[in-house]
Design a protein around this ligand. Structure first.
Ligand SMILES: [Zn+2]
Length: 101
């Protein structure tokens, strides 16, 4: 934060805040796939979300592998990246249940 972003009265001047916008295209459809995961090779369920202008995102609930628009997404080099993906997908599914997406 630069000095100039603090107004004279000490209050934060919102007009100079960078626009924080997380790009999230509208979800048009969500779905559950029951199939054999190409990554872990097991029968599994996958949660998927289809977007208006993009291909679908699909997450394997067994190994946490994620695909977007049919492309394998690189897993972040962090401990528990797959578990994190799974938790996030489930969480998102639950949230979506309340908002009907
Ligand atoms: Zn898998």
């Amino acid at each position: 934060m630069s000095e100039s972003s603090i107004a004279a009265n000490g209050r934060f001047d919102r007009s100079v805040m960078p626009k924080v916008h997380i790009y999230a295209p509208p979800v048009t459809r969500r779905f559950v796939l029951a199939k054999t995961c190409p990554d872990c090779g097991k029968r599994t369920r996958m949660l998927g979300w289809a977007y208006e202008w993009h291909g679908a995102t699909v997450v394997c609930l067994r190994c946490g592998r994620e695909w977007q628009d049919g492309e394998w997404m690189p897993l972040p080099f962090m401990r528990g990246a797959r578990a994190h993906n799974i938790a996030e997908a489930k969480d998102r599914w639950r949230r979506g249940s309340r908002h009907n997406v």
